[in-house]
Design a protein around this ligand. Sequence first.
Ligand code: NAI
Ligand code: MG
Length: 355
Amino acid sequence: QHFSIAAIPGDGIGPEVMKEGLKTLKKIEELHGGIRFSIDVFDWNCDYYLKHRRMMPENGLDTLRDYDVILLGAIGTPEVPDHISVWELILPIRRTFQQYINLRPIKLLKGLESPLRYKSHSDLDFIVVRENTEGEYSNMGGRLHENTPYEMAVQNNVFTRYGTERVINYAYQLAEKRKAKRLTAATKSNGINHSMPFWDEIVKEVSREHSSIQTDIYHIDALAAYFITRPEQLDVVVGSNLFGDILTDLGAAIVGGLGLAPSGNINPEKAFPSMFEPIHGSAPDIAGKGIANPIAQIWSIGLMMEHLGFEEMNHLVVSSIEEVLIEGRIGTPDLGGKNKTFELGDAILKKMQEV
Ligand code: NAI
Ligand code: MG
């Protein structure tokens, strides 16, 4: 089978980890005779912005539309405000291509210890489904009375029935496929009194079609605490754009850090390309040193393979990463090691070959 991939390495450590990602794609082709990738690399990033005053060419989205999947490194530099780099590149891709699911596995890999030292590997193995196209990250609102004592800013949350139903439906379908048969929805209907009760109602409606799934609806503040105190009771967690964003960085922290956390921006209908990327940003503090952890990027390719119908390739990627971590000989500084990005990447690819 043939797949076309648009790769956007981005800024900072983005290109450094993308290099390991592209090596992983080559290895997959090598190991699986039936898969062929054609890869085009796009230099759309903050340097591009400084030259052209846009993050991507005018026909950028049309260009991407024809690919099967998009692979992103990370975007952002101190010279370009984040509301430009993110709002003009990542968000248009997520929205134009209806990537309404942001999928983020929270899984403690074998060979790693959680900062929650009393929790075991089986305690820390769940997945967060974040709504990815509306909610709190809407473009609606504005500022009034600037430079007066009455200055104010208003940002509207947008929850449509269509948008809410589809993400909750997806989360339930995912819960049906997993063993625990449990879904936890994040809410804040005690404080946000229009949109969150609406969200809760839709969770309850959809739950009626899934009687085998146990549903819990928790307020976001309590749920954040449960991530620390009882993560073993979580299996599929579904949240709005903002809540999901916060929960997943917290989730990454309890399973070893941002350098390990992959994500998929998914259009389940496959009407448009989906995009796979590490959760982390461009890490200006370590960029250029060649010491970024490539695991998040490599695991993102595992998620991509699963999306393309090769679940066994995701298993191969994850188990190879775990083998390297169990051996513990090679690790980047964030893992307590002294190795370079490419050394960890090479070690994982070598394991993929052996397994
Ligand atoms: P960040 O994720 O870039 O860095 C946070 C901390 O985690 C830093 O100390 C960094 O060194 C560390 N870190 C991140 N990835 C790592 C890796 N692979 N290996 C080892 N350590 C790693 O978040 P920050 O500093 O808030 O943002 C930096 C820039 O990235 C900003 O411009 C921000 O807007 C952008 N950003 C972009 C995202 C994207 O492209 N999807 C997501 C998040 C932030
Ligand atoms: Mg985030």
